[in-house]
Design a protein around this ligand. Structure first.
Ligand code: ADP
Ligand code: MG
Length: 590
């Protein structure tokens, strides 16, 4: 997977997504600098009130400068408020655009792209990493300019009071800068580690929560608890290591502040006795000393934030720059003429590094309207075979054709509308039954939906649901049984009115009688649709026009039920084990 250079990552993540909010982005630091200036002006006005007003008994001057002071304070407050508001607007806007950009890009991902990251990592990259950038961005906008600005102003002020004493600050600043730079480089390494730990943690959470019912039924709670404890523990230790480094900041800073105060008092006192400095001047210098070191501290926090968000920026840029492995051809074919399928010397691997291909030199021809059964043990690549037909993955070698043309020549949406797959791991989404069905065809009338459900033997149980077709389905379809979910998914696929219908083990949770009824309905009502039925039960495929026996990524045999019984050893073994007991394919007597 090719990726753009690292220099582009700030562009793809920050610059491209903040454009919409450039006004608050520019206003925030402007307001913050305004606030600093007001803060610096007020002590000067105060000094003027005391020196020229109080000491000289000039009431007019006191009132005038007092008025100015009020205006400066109010302006400072408004600048502060404006900065906070604009900062929040810019950073939440950036987060919103980043999430949307990621989400939209992920929608275009092929299955291979999703495999590349893994679902849990994609979730972290859309949540934690974005939140991280949002916080850092707000910090940078608000103190990224403010802290260096007040640092500089305080230095200049101090310089005017006493250039000689200001050299003490300069030494302290240089020493601190070297220390900070050294420390932050090490902390950055630890922070990068922290974020990859977040992926592990999320994976653990996601796996457990989505599979919570399985965890419970296998009484694996203890094991899962241990696994989670380990993931949290590693995250904790990584964080502690990074933070330990960061907190050494504090004593070094404080040490410098007090060293500066000591030195200032020592040399300052000497200068006062020599008549080179006033007491007031020394007091101001000490105050500036605090300001300078406080802001140095802010700058160091900023650097920490920066190193932390650096890791997140990289991770998000990886998602946004991910090249989509499946794309539409430049002049796509918009019509699939018929439901014939052809595999020409097709080989397929999920990744380049695998030594053995998942599908090995498959040659196959299926006529339009044929019903094909596919049978084979778990991992024999049945799903991989059918996933190539709607281009969920692209063949590594050879060509897959539908309607006489390579699938790569078709418009993707057209192809996937004509080739409907009911995936092995099917899901329903939260919404009513009707809404779920209309994923198949948004324009389907209620009558058409009901007809599809009749075909899939789903109508009867839907009528019995509390609110019929308006019943709300929970996320993932947890409030319907496995068999009911499978039938809804079949109905959803039927609504596409496809030329090719693929059922990947889609009736495994449906009882045998209903399974037979569904097949019967298919034969009568959609005779022209090519049907590919992957199943574990011989009874689900025995009436098919032809049956394909898969083994280890190769076609072991093709023929009718009778032909295979006579010629194919695997098929015969499975058949015999299944009529004797309730054995399924994986329990064949071999
Ligand atoms: N997304 C994937 N990434 C990598 N390997 C996969 C993926 N899906 C399946 N495989 C591997 O491909 C092989 C065939 O799997 P599959 O087609 O799902 O078999 P079946 O459907 O017959 O059970 C298995 O070895 C499986 O581990
Ligand atoms: Mg499968």
């Amino acid at each position: 997977m090719s990726r753009k250079g690292a220099g582009n990552k700030y562009y793809t993540t920050v610059v491209a997504n903040i454009r919409e909010y450039r006004l608050p982005t520019i206003l925030t630091p402007t307001f913050m600098i305004g606030e600093v200036i007001m803060e610096m002006v007020i002590p000067l006005l105060m000094a003027s009130i005391i020196d020229d007003g109080v000491n000289k008994g000039d009431m007019n001057h006191i009132l005038q400068v007092g008025g100015l002071m009020f205006i400066a304070a109010a302006a400072g407050l408004l600048f502060g408020l404006g900065g906070a508001y604009c900062g929040a607007r810019a950073s939440t806007g950036l987060a919103k655009n980043l999430r949307r950009a990621e989400f939209e890009h992920i929608q275009r991902f092929s299955f291979a792209n999703i495999d590349h990251f893994g679902v849990s990592s994609l979730i972290t990259r859309m949540t934690t990493d974005v939140a991280n950038i949002q916080n850092s961005f707000q910090m940078v906008l608000r103190i990224g300019f403010r802290a260096p600005a007040s640092l500089l102003i305080a230095m200049v002020m101090a310089f005017f009071i006493s250039p000689r004493l200001t050299s003490i600050y300069l030494i302290a600043v240089v020493v601190l800068a070297i220390f900070l730079g050294f420390m932050m480089r090490r902390a950055a390494k630890y922070f990068r580690e922290v974020f990859s730990r977040y992926d592990d943690l999320n994976e653990s959470v996601q796996e457990n929560i989505t599979g919570i019912r399985v965890v419970k039924s296998f009484v694996r709670e203890e094991y899962e608890n241990d696994k989670f404890k380990k993931a949290v523990g590693t995250l904790y230790r990584s964080f502690i290591r990074a933070e330990k480094l960061v907190v050494t900041n504090m004593p070094v800073m404080m040490g410098s502040v007090y060293a500066c105060i000591l030195l200032l008092s020592w040399f300052g006192a000497k200068m006062i006795t020599a008549g080179d400095l006033t007491t007031g001047g020394l007091m101001s210098l000490l105050a500036y000393c605090m300001t300078i070191l406080m802001n140095l501290m802010m700058v160091s926090v900023l650097i920490v934030m920066f190193t932390m968000s650096e890791a997140s920026i990289t991770r998000i840029a990886e998602v946004l720059d991910e090249e989509i492995t499946l794309t539409n051809p430049s002049q796509p074919d918009m019509v699939v003429p018929d439901g014939s399928i052809r595999f020409e010397h097709v080989s397929f691997s999920y990744n380049d590094t695998a030594e053995k291909p998942v599908l090995d030199d498959i040659d196959l021809e299926i006529a339009s309207g044929e019903t094909i059964g596919i049978i084979g043990g778990t991992g024999s690549s049945k799903s991989s075979l059918v996933n190539l037909i709607p281009r969920l993955y692209d063949a590594t070698k050879g060509s897959v054709q539908v309607g006489g043309k390579d699938v790569k020549t078709y418009d993707l949406d057209t192809l996937r509308k004509e080739v409907a797959v009911v995936l092995q791991k099917n899901v329903l989404f939260s919404g009513t039954v009707l809404e779920n069905l209309r994923w198949g065809n948004p324009d389907a009338t209620e009558q058409e939906c009901i007809a599809a459900c009749r075909l899939a033997c789903a109508d009867e149980f839907i009528q019995n649901l509390p609110e019929g077709y308006q019943t709300h389905i929970e996320q993932g379809g947890t409030n319907v049984s496995g068999g009911q979910r499978q039938r809804l998914c079949i109905a959803r696929a039927l609504l596409k009115n496809p030329k090719v219908l693929i059922l990947d083990d889609s009736t495994s949770a449906v009882d045998t009688a209903t399974d037979a009824k569904i097949r019967e309905a298919f034969r009568e009502k959609i005779p022209d649709t090519t049907k590919l039925i992957i199943a574990q039960r011989i009874s689900s495929v025995e009436h098919a026009d032809r049956i394909i026996v898969m083994e280890e990524g190769r076609i072991n045999g093709v023929g009718t039920h009778e032909e295979l019984l006579a010629s194919n050893e695997i098929y015969r073994d499975v058949y015999e084990s299944q009529i004797k007991g309730s054995g399924d394919f994986d329990k064949q007597g071999r």
